[in-house]
Design a protein around this ligand. Structure first.
Ligand code: BDR
Ligand code: CA
Length: 316
């Protein structure tokens, strides 16, 4: 089977890192054309530094570029309450030696996609600023994009506000460009990501492992769940991992194809992903596959296997 060409656009971020790791462990199925960064969980400078540190720690050299420092038309809102001062608190990384591509992420993505033999799947797991700018600046790129498997949104309730999930809330204008682009969107929103939770006991298991990737993940998650403990959850959502996991193992998900609209107002509804879920509404071509549920045990098993695979590859 042909490998799927992907570009991951992210704001690392604890769960962003786990999503990247899942993709890295599956390079027999993915041709990773590049990884790009966008401001969100922390400033662009900090999340880009985090990506460079991760690359250096793992010893990998997949091309990477940094992108937008702020949303298309709003002030930046950070996710530092969850991800800490660095945006990736919990593990001491070595000083980075990996150097980024000098091109801005938008041009970087355009070049990679246009020069790719086949179609490309985008995997955005942060605010959608870079992707919105890519599609509006270079509309000819659309025909070469197979699908956009993104983390963002929610049908019933938000996390950043009562109605909006963080990634969509940060840059609703960019999200609107993406959802209205005509490209098939696969939405890992809060409904599915809160079913894709990790337990305290599973984090402890990771922390006790000897492998440099599993152990690092254990310590990173041990920091990440502090915020979620305070919210009173029993398992902790590994949001961004879902967007990569669906491309690998769609059979462990439940979903519904729906028409999703983005609220770009400045009201309390800002960033809401309103989905028309009325049984009798029939859209000829609904714009979004909304993931709704997942087999949690299988999800964790596949993820831990990926970490173990990388433990062996990155054992230097
Ligand atoms: C999203 O916001 C960030 O905190 C996570 O990395 C994820 O992409 C969840 O709302
Ligand atoms: Ca993210």
């Amino acid at each position: 089977m042909d490998k799927r060409n992907i570009i991951i656009d992210c704001d690392p971020g604890h769960d962003d890192v786990m999503a990247i790791l899942l993709a890295l462990a599956n390079q027999d199925k993915f041709n990773i054309l590049g990884v790009t960064t966008v401001a969100g969980n922390q400033t662009l400078e900090k999340v880009t530094l985090n990506l460079r540190k991760l690359y250096t720690y793992l010893g990998i050299s997949i091309p990477a570029a940094s992108g937008s420092a702020k949303p298309i038309s709003r002030e930046l809102v950070l996710g530092d309450a969850v991800h800490g001062e660095t945006g990736l608190d919990g593990w001491d990384f070595p000083e980075p030696t990996f150097e980024l591509d000098s091109t801005n992420a938008i041009t970087f993505m355009y070049d990679k996609i246009i020069n790719c033999d086949g179609k490309v799947t985008l995997v955005p797991v942060g605010p959608l600023t870079n992707i919105g700018l890519l599609l509006s600046t270079f509309p000819d790129v659309k025909e070469k994009i197979e699908a956009i498997s993104l983390m963002g949104g929610s049908i019933y309730a938000g996390n950043n506000t009562p109605y909006a999930e963080f990634n969509i809330y940060v840059d609703p204008e960019a999200a609107s460009i993406v959802f209205n682009s005509g490209i098939p969107v696969i939405m890992s929103g809060l409904e599915v990501t809160h079913e894709a939770g990790i337990l305290d006991s599973e984090i402890e298991t990771l922390m006790k492992k000897e492998g440099r990737v599993s152990k690092m993940c254990g310590y990173l998650l041990n920091f990440y769940v502090k915020f979620h403990h305070a919210e009173g959850y029993a398992s902790f959502p590994l949001h961004d991992v879902c967007s990569v996991m669906y491309l690998l193992n769609p059979e462990i998900f439940e979903y519904k194809d729906l028409q999703v609209e983005i609220d770009c107002s400045h009201s309390i509804h800002r960033g809401r992903t309103a989905a028309d879920n009325r049984e009798w509404m029939k859209y000829e071509k609904p714009n979004t596959r909304v993931l709704l549920n997942i087999d949690r045990e299988k999800f964790i098993q596949i993820l831990f296997n990926a970490f173990e695979k990388l433990d062996k590859i990155c054992d230097r």
